[in-house]
Design a protein around this ligand. Structure first.
Ligand code: HEM
Ligand SMILES: Nc1c([N+](=O)[O-])cnc2ccccc12
Length: 293
């Protein structure tokens, strides 16, 4: 049930470091987004949502391959509220490369750029996804519900073929950047403490802060501390479950361990359901800083 693809020759001529740099420059130019958090976090969420609706048991499998998040049918899924802004940031880049890059490749590459430009680990990436038509849009409602517990989280990620707790905890560690917005998801915060630096701080906060469960203005329960930080119920699940909690402690004490697991798990998320040819190269990108740009 894997998707075959043929990477057309045109793709091979595209210098993907140039595409990376164009996306990285869009992040630099839009640094005022969301009270100067910037647009890294929302681009990272776009790449995750473009890939996280994968379900190998369904007729229409989802995943990043068909680039279906470009269709309103999927972008209007309530789970994707707020992502139109991110897609609009990428449209000029899609036009510039004039069909030499697919939407699936563009959305997933944007996630790699966001993580690396926010100081996170290098993420290996491959091109060759081919845009599918509107019939390939998966049903809405396949992305996770934040009002849930550890078993829900574990089962959800099992659907995405993440069978190891380490991968699940690492992926949710992406909540070290950005924030929740009441109008998008019915959750709000953190206030002031939201960051655009990709670190293991999320895990340290889970363990060291005093969390109080409160009902927010939208009537949803969330955990708040006295510094204006917040955690979703599914975030807190990571310290309510014994196995998850051991991994949170490992990542809180060793950022390089978090980075290593996140890098391979995020790559796997972005490639779910896709069979790449043996010959298709695994690309690693330099950050703008590393290129002195
Ligand atoms: C149990 C799984 C997950 C749940 C329930 C969840 C839920 C949410 C919710 C409710 C928001 C707030 C959206 C808004 O109000 O704008 C959010 C934001 C975010 N999520 Fe997740 N998420 C999950 C996993 C992930 C994963 C696996 C990643 C990436 C690898 C990710 C990356 C992000 C980022 C970067 C933001 C901040 C976006 C921004 O600042 O605009 N999340 N998530
Ligand atoms: N910054 C965040 C935190 N935090 O601790 O700063 C916790 N959970 C989040 C969930 C979604 C997006 C951002 C989050």
């Amino acid at each position: 049930n894997e998707v075959q693809f043929a990477a057309s020759n045109k793709l091979k001529n595209t210098n993907y470091q140039n595409v990376y740099n164009d996306i990285a420059n869009v992040i630099r130019e839009n640094d005022e987004h969301d009270d100067y958090i910037g647009s890294g976090p929302v681009l990272l969420r776009l790449a995750w949502h473009a890939s996280g609706q994968f379900d190998s048991k369904q007729e229409i499998k989802g995943g990043s391959y068909n680039g279906t998040l470009r269709f309103d049918k999927e972008l209007s899924d309530p789970s994707n509220a707020g992502l139109k802004y991110a897609f609009d940031l990428l449209k000029p880049i899609y036009k510039k490369y004039n069909h030499q890059i697919s939407h699936g490749d563009l959305f997933t590459l944007a996630g790699v750029v966001a993580v690396q430009e926010m100081g996170g680990p290098k993420i290996p990436w491959r091109y060759g996804r081919v845009d599918g038509d509107i019939e390939t849009v998966p049903l809405n409602g396949r992305l996770p519900d934040a009002n849930q517990n550890a078993n829900y989280v574990r089962n959800f990620f099992h659907r995405l073929n993440f069978l190891e707790d380490k991968e699940i905890v690492a992926l949710i560690g992406a909540h070290c950047v950005g924030k929740t917005h009441l109008k998008n998801s019915g959750f709000e915060g953190p206030w002031g403490a939201a960051t655009n630096m990709f670190t293991n701080e999320f895990f340290r906060n889970l363990l060291t802060e005093k969390w109080v469960l409160e009902k927010n203005e939208a009537g949803n329960q969330q955990y708040n501390n006295d510094k204006g930080y917040m955690m979703l119920p599914t975030d807190m699940a990571l310290v309510q479950d014994g196995s998850f909690k051991k991994i949170v402690e490992e990542f809180a004490n060793d950022e390089s361990s978090f980075f290593k697991v996140f890098s391979s798990a995020f790559n796997k998320l972005l490639e779910n359901g896709i069979k790449f040819e043996k010959s298709s190269p695994v690309l690693y990108f330099k950050t703008l800083d590393e290129q002195d740009i």
